[in-house]
Design a protein around this ligand. Structure first.
Ligand SMILES: Cc1ncc(COP(=O)(O)O)c(C=O)c1O
Length: 371
C-alpha cells in the first residue's frame, strides 16, 4: 500500500540532546570556533586513531585544504574516481591541478587500483580515493605506488580498513559532517593526519587571521574555512550517539539484504568482510533487463509511492563542465554503466524498521507490475 506519510531519503537523526547542546553553546557566547571545536578535534583524533584532527567548514574544505597543504598546484595531476560527489574533483580544479579519472571496480564501485598505474605520469602529485557508501577502497596497492594519498572518507567515519581506523593511514583523510552523514552537524568537515607538517599547514590555511591580540600577520594567503562551535556542539552529541545509530543502520542493512535477496535484478554493492563498512548508504544496482524496469523508472515508481531515493553518484567526468573542459577523456565503462544502474535507498537512524519494510514491499510491488 502506498505510504500515507512521505519517506525521506536520509533525514537527520536529531533529538533534544543536540538542541540542548546548541542552546548551551549559544548561552556560552561562542558562536565561532572555540572550545567545542577543540574538544571535537580531540575526541575525533582519539576515535580515528590519528595524531591530529583539524575541524573545518565542510568536507569539501577539508579536501581542498589537504591538497593545498600538500603543495598541489597548477600543472600537477591528481588521480581520483569518477564515482564520487563532484566536490572531490572540484577541489582538485580549485587547487589549480588537473583531475585524472580512473575507472572503478564493478563490485564496490571504488577506484580500481589495477588501473591506477597506467594513469600515473610525472605530473601526478596525489591520489584521492573515495570510500564509497562506507566501504573502504582497496588501499594497500594504492599506498604501494608511493604517491601521497588524500582519502575522501566523507562516507567512512566508522570504517576500518583491514582492522585499522581510517584517519592516520594516509597523508590526509577527509571527513564530512554534512546533514546526511553518520556524524551530522548540518555542515562541517575534518582532516585527520599523523603528519605535524600537514596539520600545521591546515591550521594556518583554515582561518586567515592568526596572531596575538590585535596584532596579526599573514604568512600564507589562507581561507575562511573554520568550524563554528555551534556546529561542533551538534557533532559532539552525534559522536556520543554513534553506537545507537550504528545499531539502527545495521538493522536496516540486514532488512534490505534479506528483502532484496528475493528480488531478481536488484543487488547491493559488495562489502568486504575484512573491513568494517560504515553503513552510510545502501546502494543497489538495478539490472534493467532482469528487473524489467530501468533505474530511472524504479526511482520514479518509488517516488509515486512517496519514497525518496538518491543516486551516489553520476560519473563526474560525464557532467557538463568536466565533459566540456576535458573533451578527450577516455571512456570509463564500469563507472558509466554503474551511473545508469545505481540507486540509494532510504537509510537513517531516524527511520523505523517498518519504514524499511515499506521500501522493500514497494520494490516488490513495482517489480510484480512488470511481470
Ligand atoms: C563522497 C563525498 N565527498 C565529499 C563530500 C563533500 O562533503 P561536504 O558536503 O561536507 O562538503 C561529500 C558529501 O557531501 C561526499 O559524499
Amino acid at each position: 500500500m502506498t505510504r500515507e506519510q512521505p519517506l525521506g531519503f536520509q533525514p537527520p537523526a536529531i533529538g533534544e540532546e543536540e538542541i540542548e547542546a546548541v542552546a548551551e553553546t549559544l548561552r556560552s557566547g561562542w558562536l565561532t570556533t572555540g572550545p567545542k571545536a577543540a574538544l571535537l578535534e580531540e575526541r575525533m583524533a582519539e576515535y580515528l586513531e590519528a595524531k591530529h584532527v583539524l575541524a573545518v567548514a565542510s568536507g569539501t574544505a577539508a579536501m581542498h585544504l589537504a591538497l593545498v597543504a600538500l603543495g598541489i598546484e597548477a600543472g600537477d595531476e591528481v588521480i581520483t574516481t569518477p564515482i564520487t560527489w563532484p566536490a572531490t574533483a572540484n577541489v582538485i580544479v580549485h587547487s589549480g591541478a588537473t583531475p585524472v579519472f580512473v575507472d572503478v571496480r564493478a563490485g564496490d564501485l571504488n577506484i580500481d587500483p589495477a588501473l591506477i598505474g597506467a594513469a600515473v605520469s610525472e605530473r601526478t602529485k596525489a591520489i584521492m580515493p573515495v570510500h564509497l557508501a562506507g566501504q573502504p577502497a582497496d588501499m594497500d596497492p594504492i599506498w604501494e605506488l608511493g604517491i601521497p594519498v588524500i582519502e575522501d572518507a566523507a562516507h567512512a567515519a566508522e570504517s576500518t580498513y583491514r582492522g585499522r581506523k581510517l584517519g592516520g593511514l594516509s597523508e590526509a583523510t577527509c571527513f564530512s559532517l554534512y546533514a546526511t552523514k553518520n556524524i551530522a552537524a548540518g555542515e562541517g568537515g575534518l582532516v585527520s593526519t599523523n603528519s605535524d607538517e600537514v596539520a600545521d599547514a591546515i591550521r594556518n590555511l583554515r582561518l586567515m587571521r592568526r596572531g596575538d591580540g590585535s596584532l596579526y600577520d599573514i604568512t600564507v594567503p589562507g581561507y575562511k574555512a573554520n568550524l563554528s562551535d555551534v556546529l561542533a556542539a551538534i557533532a559532539l552529541v552525534q559522536l556520543d550517539k554513534l553506537p545507537e545509530h550504528t545499531a539502527a543502520r545495521e538493522r536496516q542493512f540486514a532488512l534490505y539484504d534479506e528483502g532484496i535477496a528475493g528480488l531478481d535484478g536488484i543487488e547491493p554493492l559488495e562489502r568486504d568482510p575484512r573491513d568494517t563498512h560504515a553503513l552510510h548508504l545502501y546502494v543497489v544496482r538495478i539490472d534493467a533487463e532482469r528487473f524489467g524496469l530501468t533505474r530511472d523508472e524504479v526511482q520514479r515508481a518509488l517516488a509515486a509511492e512517496r519514497i525518496s531515493t538518491s543516486i551516489h553518484f553520476l560519473p563526474v567526468h560525464r557532467l557538463t563542465w568536466y565533459r566540456e573542459r576535458f573533451p578527450g577523456q577516455p571512456s570509463l565503462p564500469v563507472a558509466e554503466r554503474a551511473g545508469d544502474e545505481i540507486l540509494s535507498l532510504p537509510l537513517s537512524p531516524a527511520h523505523s524498521d517498518g519504514d524499511i519494510a515499506d521500501v522493500i514491499e514497494a520494490l516488490g510491488r513495482i517489480r510484480d507490475r512488470t511481470t
